[in-house]
Design a protein around this ligand. Structure first.
Ligand SMILES: C[S@@+](CC[C@H](N)C(=O)[O-])C[C@H]1O[C@@H](n2cnc3c(N)ncnc32)[C@H](O)[C@@H]1O
Length: 235
């Protein structure tokens, strides 16, 4: 792995493990039973429920081998399994997130969880029909490093679909350091990669993905955020 990728991976894993610990603590405090959550009825590609496309932005998943890169607590990997994927693999760099996903959805058939940086884990996976990611590895890892690995794992014609935030107004595109703020006001750095629509199209084209569709979804009124929901086919 390149130096930047190692830095990104360790900074981001630390942040998301801390978020996982905070969530686990909050769950205990509120006496919430998180072990049997309901399956999501639709894929939420944005953090604004109901905004943006739903599950139909992916193809019919029945019988396919699917991986989610940066699965967090696993809802959408579980969605893929519930929609009869032959194999649904949730990958996350934060081992505590994977532990939570396993505790919540480990009872479902066809689900597999893998801990580690998406680029490293992908190299060990079987050939896939679909790769997807929701504010996950395509946002938190350098796409110029990750896209070639995804290309190498998807079958020809396979689908890549993901959501990322675009640059905020006035923000320069590229590798950016941001902060997540915990409930106790601790600020944790995270590293993400922020590109506009045209750059995503060029990156996908350069790395062997064809017919990219990029849907910009604006946040609610007053939000500076704009999510890009993107899909393309491997050549
Ligand atoms: C904003 S959360 C999104 C989680 C989930 N997709 C969702 O929509 O709830 C980002 C997730 O990506 C994971 N992540 C960040 N960088 C990653 C990488 N290089 N490889 C795999 N997972 C990564 C983080 O650990 C975190 O769980």
């Amino acid at each position: 792995m390149k130096h930047d990728m190692l830095v990104d991976a360790s900074v981001n894993a630390r942040a998301w493990n801390r978020i996982a610990a905070q969530d686990a603590h909050a769950g205990q405090r509120c006496n919430v039973d998180r072990t049997t959550p309901p399956l999501p009825e639709r894929i939420e590609w944005t953090c604004w429920p109901g905004r943006g496309p739903g599950g139909d932005f992916l193809c019919e998943l029945s019988g396919l081998r699917v991986a989610e890169l940066g699965c967090g607590t696993g809802e959408h990997t579980a969605y893929a399994a519930a929609h009869r994927a032959r194999l649904a693999i949730g990958v996350d760099i934060a081992d505590q997130r994977i532990a939570q996903a396993q505790a919540r959805f480990g009872h479902l058939p066809a689900l597999v969880w893998r801990t580690g940086d998406a680029a490293r884990v992908l190299a060990e996976l079987p050939v896939l029909d679909v790769c997807f990611s929701i504010y996950g590895a395509l946002w938190y890892a350098d796409p110029a490093q990750l896209l070639p690995v995804i290309h190498g794992r998807l079958r020809p014609g396979g689908l890549l679909a993901f959501s990322v935030n675009g640059p905020r107004p006035g923000e320069l595109p590229g590798r950016r350091v941001d902060n997540l703020t915990l409930d106790d006001r601790t600020r944790l750095p995270v590293i993400h990669y922020s590109y506009d629509t045209g750059t995503w199209r060029r990156l996908l084209d350069r790395h062997g993905f064809t017919t990219p569709e990029v849907l910009p979804v604006q946040g609610p009124e007053g939000s500076p955020h704009r999510t890009l929901v993107i899909r393309a086919r491997r050549t």
